[in-house]
Design a protein around this ligand. Structure first.
Ligand code: AMP
Ligand code: MG
Length: 519
């Protein structure tokens, strides 16, 4: 256990990679470097809203000085006089090369070896950087609550993610045009402290290749392999092995997102982590009524590039951009293409097994059950979380009990659902036949299903309730949801009020069904 007041840094990123020699914090293009030194701004009156006690335990840090904790989490004080910095990266946004992006409102404020390994602490919303372009470097409370709660929720769902250590109100106002309709408003500002082994993204490599800076590309790849893929360090084909590993991690991440019904909403290449972590919680959403074409991001409403069902295709597209970025180090198109082909094949296999396991079927030869199930779930507008969780209950499923599950989890009126019942009954009897051949007791099957079908996720309206209360100074819902989501697969009988369909009021409310990138 280390204490906050005596904690020691062990920087690797700034020590092993190339700094921008210019310390002037003016938005500009930064060439021949991986990062720029920049300090968070000082806020006069920051207030701690919440912190993750669970993450503190994982880091092995004891907060012996609460004032110092708040100062560090708001950016007013740098722990152990760390030299803070913002990272340079580029990216493809909505399929177009966007050039240099970089940490426009994120500043890495500490790096050390913690109990859970090498970790970087990053403040999001603590002021402008060299990469802020025309934006202000700040973040609003609304998007910060969403990032804070969802990062920790995802972690406890077992989905790889960056984590969140704290949520602080900056005490200052930030102006945002939430719906991009020419009505800007002042909102409360906030800072989230994110934590990850590294925040390197696909776009970190892309920017260097786009600038033909192979020297720094190689440095960044060597750094990433040394610290995060160390088993490849002595391999002859280490860059290819590294790329292969990223392909697998990214595929596994998407499978997890599909399993829990998470839609990232803005899978630009600057928002894909080189470690296969969920990163940059913006206009994300949770699938409620099953609609594979749903995207939570209003900016994406037209093209629906980032819709639920398209996430594997976009991951593949992004991996292709990463392949282009690493090409100068690998120089073999065929092997890179082979990896992309492998992604396609293995994703399909893994997706089918994952979906089968959600219905308690563990023999992949029964995959014919899945497309039919998806069509019916869509037709009958079933709640993605409730349906699979109800199916996971430890009870004999009679056709009648199954219809009751449909009624309980569908967003349709009873008479509308009635039209699909015959089709469902046919599917149900095939399903029962398959279950009959599997050698699991109802109890064993239920246990396995409950371990992968969460009971509680951060539904969009839940985050919205927490935000609206917090904006008025009441952080009790943040605390309640934080506690709830520590154990998303557990029963938690006192928390049943969060185990229900989206309420009607939330159906078309901004923040609940449609999310803005404005944050
Ligand atoms: P995102 O869509 O949130 O991943 O952001 C894309 C790019 O815009 C990144 O380079 C961000 O750092 C930058 N950005 C987003 N919001 C702000 C802001 N308020 N101030 C400065 N940069 C921002
Ligand atoms: Mg981003």
């Amino acid at each position: 256990m280390s204490t906050l007041s005596t904690i020691k840094q062990s920087p690797t990123f700034t020590k092993e990679l190339v700094a921008d020699p210019n310390r002037e914090v003016i938005s500009r293009q930064v060439r021949d470097a991986h990062f720029s030194y920049v300090k968070p701004i000082a806020f006069d009156n920051p207030k701690l809203v919440h912190f993750s006690a669970d993450l503190l335990t994982d880091l092995g840090v004891e907060v012996d000085d609460e004032e110092l904790f708040l100062a560090a989490m708001s950016g007013n004080k740098l722990l152990d006089d760390f030299e803070s910095y913002a990272m340079c990266y580029g990216g493809h946004q909505f399929g177009q090369w966007a050039g240099q992006l970089g940490d426009g409102r994120a500043i890495n404020v500490f790096e050390s070896k913690f109990k859970n390994g090498l970790q970087t602490l990053q403040l999001k919303g603590a002021g402008p950087t060299t990469y802020s372009r025309r934006a202000d470097g700040f973040a609003v409370l609304r998007s910060s609550v969403r990032e804070y709660l969802c990062s920790e929720a995802m972690y406890h769902l077992g989905v790889p993610t960056t984590r969140a250590l704290s949520l602080v109100k900056s005490g200052e106002l930030v102006t945002r045009d939430l719906l991009y309709d020419g009505n800007p408003k002042d909102e409360q500002g906030a800072v989230v402290c994110r934590v990850a082994p590294t925040f390197i993204r696909f776009g970190s490599f892309e920017i260097l290749t786009a600038r033909k800076d192979v020297k720094n590309l190689k440095k960044l790849a060597d750094y990433t392999i040394k610290h995060f893929y160390p088993s490849f360090i002595d391999n002859d084909n280490k860059y290819l092995d590294f790329y292969k590993a990223v392909v697998i991690k990214t595929k596994d991440l998407i499978i997890d997102w599909m399993r829990v019904g998470f839609v990232h909403g803005v899978m630009n290449t600057d928002n894909l982590s080189i470690l296969g972590l969920t990163i940059d919680y913006g206009p994300y959403g949770w699938l409620e009524d099953y609609d594979p074409t749903w995207t939570p991001n209003i900016t994406d409403a037209q093209g629906r590039r980032y819709r639920f069902e398209n996430q594997p295709n976009i991951a593949l597209w992004n991996l292709m951009q990463l392949a282009n970025a690493l090409y100068p180090l690998i120089k073999d198109v065929a092997v890179l293409e082979a990896e992309l082909e492998r992604f396609k094949k293995e994703y399909l296999e893994d997706y089918n097994s994952m979906m089968l396991s959600k219905i308690g079927v563990f023999d992949s030869k029964n995959k014919h059950l899945i497309p039919e199930l998806e069509t019916l779930m869509f037709r009958s507008s079933l709640d993605y979380i409730l349906f699979f969780r109800e199916l996971s209950k430890n009870k004999e499923l009679t056709p009648q009990a199954f219809v009751e599950i449909l009624e309980m989890t569908s967003y349709l009126e009873k008479h509308e659902l009635q039209e699909d019942i015959e089709k469902w009954k046919k599917w149900f009897s095939k399903y029962q036949e398959v279950l009959g051949k599997e050698k699991l007791s109802t109890e064993e099957r239920s246990k396995k299903m409950k371990a992968i079908n969460p009971k509680y996720v951060l539904r969009n309206y839940m985050a919205q309730l927490a935000i609206e209360a917090s904006e008025k100074g009441d952080n009790s819902i943040i605390e309640e949801l934080y506690q709830l989501l520590l154990n998303p697969y557990g029963e938690q009988p006192t928390m049943e009020k969060w185990y229900k369909k989206r309420p009607d009021w939330a159906k078309n409310k901004p923040g609940c069904s449609m999310l803005s990138c404005s944050s």
